[in-house]
Design a binder for this molecule. Structure first.
Ligand code: HEC
Ligand code: HEC
Length: 234
């Protein structure tokens, strides 16, 4: 997970698009204050486990706090469009509670680049845990939230890291696979060219953000993936 988000972040940095792309896509970037007066106060000391797990009021407050502060990068309903990690993949244990809180308090800043701003001093501890309570309900690990069944080609695309930047229907860091299929519908030579491009990486066709070279994926797998994409990724 962390590794994938680094690939994405470095692709964005390469194009000078960190944060500003998110801002352009979703408008307002000012953090929003959250009213937590109806939740049990937690005091100064940070809890090491979510004190509100399953609490309906915390989930209600967390839903709106998430939409106002996090959705512009992590996606509405926590379905990531590829700019930032998919928070439905966070597990529901105490260790992940701590990782969650650290991530939100400190943000994600490396070598001076702000991938995610720190929220300490902006969101109260109560608001952070309320957001975690909301995300619990969206987690793939929550009862009844099983991840959707993937087709064998989707499994290969996922295993090959393609889905950290692409989705079938919507634009992420890279173009939607449906759009790629439409663009090359009449181009018989597209297949060989795209196989080479995926292996070497490149930019300029869909925008300035580059696709990194996908050298760890075998040529056969890339061929199958490109065939599948050109056929509409069904
Ligand atoms: C400006 C965009 C942006 C905003 C706003 C933002 N994040 Fe993030 N977040 C990121 C990026 C990018 C990463 C991955 C950073 C990296 O490379 O490690 C990340 C990482 C995380 C992680 C670690 C996930 C993992 O799988 O390692 C958590 C948890 C998280 N964010 C929660 C939140 C919450 C909760 C909010 C709202 C309070 C929020 N983020 C707001 C961009 C953002
Ligand atoms: C780190 C992000 C990232 C990953 C991972 C990634 N792509 Fe891409 N992909 C992009 C971007 C960005 C573009 C647009 C490049 C351009 O504008 O020329 C792109 C473009 C494409 C295109 C269209 C190329 C064209 O010239 O029209 C195909 C096909 C493609 N990707 C397939 C794949 C496959 C298959 C994988 C997995 C093996 C993959 N991508 C992994 C970001 C990524």
């Amino acid at each position: 997970m962390v590794l994938l988000s680094r690939i994405i972040a470095s692709a964005l940095i390469g194009a000078g698009l960190v944060v500003s792309q998110a801002a352009l896509a979703h408008g307002d970037v000012t953090p929003q204050a959250v009213d937590v007066s109806t939740l049990k106060p937690l005091g100064e000391k940070y809890a090491d486990e979510n004190p509100y797990r399953g609490n309906a009021e915390a989930i209600r407050i967390g839903t709106s706090a998430y939409n106002q502060n996090c959705a512009r990068c992590h996606g509405l309903e926590a379905i990531s469009g590829g700019i930032a990690p998919d928070l439905r993949k966070l597990e529901l244990d105490k260790e992940t509670d701590q990782y969650f809180l650290q991530s939100v308090r400190r943000g994600k800043v490396r070598n001076g680049a702000v991938y995610m701003p720190p929220f300490e001093g902006i969101l109260q501890q109560e608001a952070m845990w309320a957001i975690r309570s909301y995300l619990d309900t969206r987690s793939e690990f929550a009862a009844g939230n099983k991840a959707p069944e993937l087709s064998p080609m989707e499994v290969l695309a996922k295993k090959s890291n393609c889905l950290s930047c692409h989705s079938v229907d919507s634009k992420g860091v890279g173009p939607a696979y449906r759009e790629v299929a439409e663009k090359y519908a009449k181009d018989k030579k597209a297949e060989a060219r795209l196989v080479a491009k995926v292996r070497k990486g490149g930019s300029g066709v869909w925008g300035k953000v580059p696709m990194p070279p996908m050298q760890d994926v075998s040529e056969d797998d890339v061929k199958s993936l490109v065939k599948w994409i050109l056929a509409g990724a069904k």
